[in-house]
Design a protein around this ligand. Structure first.
Ligand code: NAD
Length: 266
């Protein structure tokens, strides 16, 4: 599998290059960056300190998709429709780790999934995908007397909040309870909020330092509390999951898939 990396000079982009180079069964097709990036023209592999691969970082999306079997996107939400359209044009599979999409950007990914295999996950780590399943299960067992709060902390550079993973955990909890997250979600509390509504799912966001990402789902009742926690100590876990997803797309029918599909979790 020839794997292309869009946004290859980003924090995750560099991790992805290193992971592709270290993984059997795939090779690096190249990488792009946005116009004006200082990485343009530099060797893609050398961005990670590896031996140069003779592949300069380019700005042409079509060139990269034409050279790839699958492309991995950890960029910005605004770039997704461009990458989704290129995936459709070239019949190339797409793995999307980018988070923070608005509806029209998400719709562009779904349109691409009608034509090619698209794997999208707000978190590509095995552990978080296990946490999603456990959250759904526990929320289905405990009654609404257990208040659900989702607490997350990430590095100071993260630009969206709550994290895509926190929102996915909220969806999993709402799904387990058989409710619609949009009607019960409390994403911000400030000032005189009044007492907590029974059945709400609350979010709290912390930012600082270089944390790769921590998520806790709290189920709090009178007299006891259950907490499910995942802590990522290296971004490499996301890159490993993304490359695993990229390899999984080989020969896959068009469709929008999740890491649950890739990992085979029920
Ligand atoms: P970053 O800012 O370090 O990297 C993004 C890169 O994309 C930058 O180098 C930027 O120049 C480049 N870029 C922007 N527009 C582009 C375009 N049109 N074409 C090519 N390149 C373009 O950010 P990051 O920390 O690497 O995170 C990227 C995204 O991945 C965020 O949305 C983040 O939330 C998400 N993320 C997801 C997971 C997961 O497991 N799904 C894990 C970590 C981060």
């Amino acid at each position: 599998m020839k794997i292309g990396i869009v946004g290859c000079a980003g924090r995750m982009g560099r991790m992805l290059i290193a992971e592709v180079l270290a993984t059997d069964g795939c090779s690096l097709a190249g990488g792009t960056e946005q116009p004006g990036s200082p990485a343009l023209g530099q060797d893609v592999a050398a961005l990670t300190g590896a031996e140069p691969a003779g592949l300069p970082v380019g700005a042409d999306t079509d060139d990269l998709f034409a050279a790839s079997d699958v492309v991995i996107d950890f960029t910005v939400p605004a770039a997704a429709p461009v990458h989704a359209a290129a995936a459709m044009r070239h019949g190339v599979a797409l793995v999307v780790g980018t988070t923070g999409f608005v509806a029209v950007q998400q719709a562009a990914l779904e349109a691409a999934a009608a034509e090619t295999a698209v794997v999208q996950a707000a978190n590509m780590s095995v552990g978080v995908n296990l946490l999603l399943g456990l959250t759904r299960q526990v929320a289905g067992i405990l009654d609404p007397g257990y208040d659900i709060e989702i607490v997350e902390m990430h590095h100071r550079h993260k630009v969206d909040a709550p994290s895509g993973t926190a929102l996915a955990l909220g969806e999993a909890a709402a799904d387990g309870r058989g409710v619609d997250l949009a009607t019960v979600s409390q994403r911000v509390r400030d000032g005189h909020t009044g007492a907590r509504r029974t059945g709400d799912i609350g979010f709290a966001t912390l930012r600082g330092g270089d944390l790769a990402g921590e998520h806790t789902v709290v189920f709090a009742a009178d007299g006891e509390r259950v907490e499910l926690t995942h802590k990522a100590s290296s971004r490499a876990v996301f890159a490993r999951g993304a490359v695993r997803a990229a390899l999984w797309t080989e020969g896959r029918a068009p469709g929008l898939y999740s890491m649950r599909d890739v990992l085979g979790f029920d």
